[in-house]
Design a protein around this ligand. Sequence first.
Ligand code: FE
Length: 180
Amino acid sequence: MDIDSIIVLYRTRGGIAYGGESVSQLDHALQCALLARLAGEPDEVIAGALLHDLGHLLESGTDSLPTDRVDHRHQIIGEQALARTMSSRVAACVRLHVDAKRYLCATEPDYLSGLSPVSVKSLGLQGGPFDRDQANRFIDQPFADDAVRVRRYDDQAKIPGQVTPLLDEFVPLLRRLSAW
Ligand code: FE
């Protein structure tokens, strides 16, 4: 998927609700990217934060809802869409952001209690917290540490009415990072 198509997708479908949260997909993406930028992340991680839920915008039919009983594995849909356009670091932030939640549940005692109810619900569908071996295997993967930080921005990027930069502000960064 090329950058122009990605931008069009966010412009046309970004208004859909972010699961059962009170922000749209576009608001969520922009809040997440802004948090990454404010934290001084490198461009690839900012792009990963912006695009981590791309798969939700690509899912056909109904959007993911907290009432869903299956996991659509949006992280894989998003990663596959980006695979030939973005670096493996950007793609890893997308692919691993769900497992990063499972990792943080396993390794930080207070993490689970800070999650939104929607996120706790989806955690169950996504396989629940990792055990120790799974957590060790996860964090040994390339760019898993980046994905963990993206996950923390993701968890915070759900504030209704939060002012963010416009999508246009991130377009030059996406173009710089894309392979063509
Ligand atoms: Fe998200």
